[in-house]
Design a protein. Structure first.
Length: 352
């Protein structure tokens, strides 16, 4: 590992100033960053430790009934917050399906959004990787790529984004609050992560030194609480990233879907909002035929980027099943196997 400076600022503005220096990186839990540094994948010359910054570890109810979640709130603390889990059950389910208990105890809300792809060529410094070393090429193209992207990819990069948490957040119109040298701004999470295009090293809209300070959920996101699920297919039951996942949330009245929210994970370099599928579902009956039409719409633009055509059909089926589970009703408790496709439809208890 390269030697680096370590600073621990006392205020957000000091942190932003310190991290605006070239070569700097923010350190929170470090659950991804420290592995990247040990592997020589990233070599910051300065770590700016934000773990002691004041005011970033709270969960606050907003006047519209929404929630403001500080960037340093731990994933496990958020998932186990009873009020949060009751109002945003699909997000709690996504959080509990991610990583391991130990990692969830450490990992932060802000860090979760900024975790890097798990493309194995990105982690292998002997491989060509445009994301790690721009202009060197992409060894995943033509390589081992069965888990790579089927939506939004480019010839420069076919990686996927690994976050579970981000998927229902995007479906529910979450907003990211960002502090920079010129003050505070906010962007929708849907537009926060960038598709690879010609510059896969540019992963988000963050400018140098900008810090995520909070994630906000609008009050209207809680209106989906009675019919909201996150479903994730992974290669083992826990401690694995999604091959494909889906967050589905429905607002059902008198046997009709009044409004639908749908996003996919594991299919692109960002959490993928499926707005065409949402339009298909609006006004439809909550039944299998509607869900299949929505799944077709969600994957209409999908193309294999290698040996991963199977992911397109898998994603259709995961979307259909996530919508079926959501329509059946949010369970009173998160299942013992959160987000598992093996969860039974039977026994789902309705909130409303
Ligand atoms: Fe790098 Fe992206 Fe290619 Fe993976 S898919 S090797 S992250 S450029």
């Amino acid at each position: 590992m390269n030697s680096f400076d370590y600073v621990r600022p006392a205020t957000i503005s000091d942190a932003v100033a310190a991290a605006s220096e070239p070569g700097s990186a923010y350190l929170a839990a470090g659950t991804n960053l420290l592995d990247l540094m040990k592997g020589g994948i990233t070599r910051p010359s300065r770590l700016v430790d934000v773990t002691h910054l004041p005011g970033l570890d709270g969960i606050e109810t907003l006047p519209d009934g929404g929630l403001r979640i500080g960037a340093l709130v731990r994933n496990a603390d958020l998932a186990h917050d009873p009020d949060f889990a009751r109002r945003f059950p699909a997000i709690a389910e996504a959080l509990l399906s991610g990583a391991s208990a130990q990692l969830r105890n450490a990992a932060t809300v802000g860090g979760n959004l900024l975790q890097r792809t798990r493309c194995e060529y990105f982690y292998d410094v002997a491989s060509a990787c445009n994301k790690r070393d721009p202009g060197t090429g992409c060894d995943a193209l033509g390589g081992e790529n069965r888990l790579h992207a089927v939506l939004g990819w480019s010839e420069s990069c076919i990686a996927t984004h690994p976050s579970d948490f981000s998927v229902p957040l995007v479906a529910l119109d979450a907003v990211v609050e960002i502090e920079g040298r010129t003050g505070r701004r906010e962007v929708s999470l849907e537009s926060f992560h960038l598709l690879p295009g010609d510059a896969p090293d540019q992963e988000s809209v963050l400018a140098p030194g900008e810090l995520i300070v909070a994630v906000r959920l609008p009050g209207e996101a809680a209106r989906f609480a009675a019919h909201a699920r996150y479903l994730k297919v992974r290669e083992r039951t826990s401690y694995a990233f999604a091959v494909v996942s889906a967050a589905a949330a429905l607002r059902i009245e008198d046997g009709t879907i009044m409004e639908a929210r749908l996003a996919l994970g594991g299919v692109a370099l960002k959490p993928w909002r499926a707005r065409e599928a949402e339009a298909v579902l609006a006004g439809a009956r909550p039944e299998d035929a509607s869900f299949r039409r929505a799944a077709e719409a969600a994957l209409a633009g999908a193309e294999p980027s290698g040996d991963n055509a199977f992911k397109i059909e898998l994603a259709r089926r995961i979307v259909t099943r996530a919508l079926t589970l959501a329509a059946a009703g949010t369970p009173e408790r998160v299942p013992a196997l959160p987000a598992s496709p093996f969860a039974s439809l039977k026994g789902a208890l309705l909130h409303a």
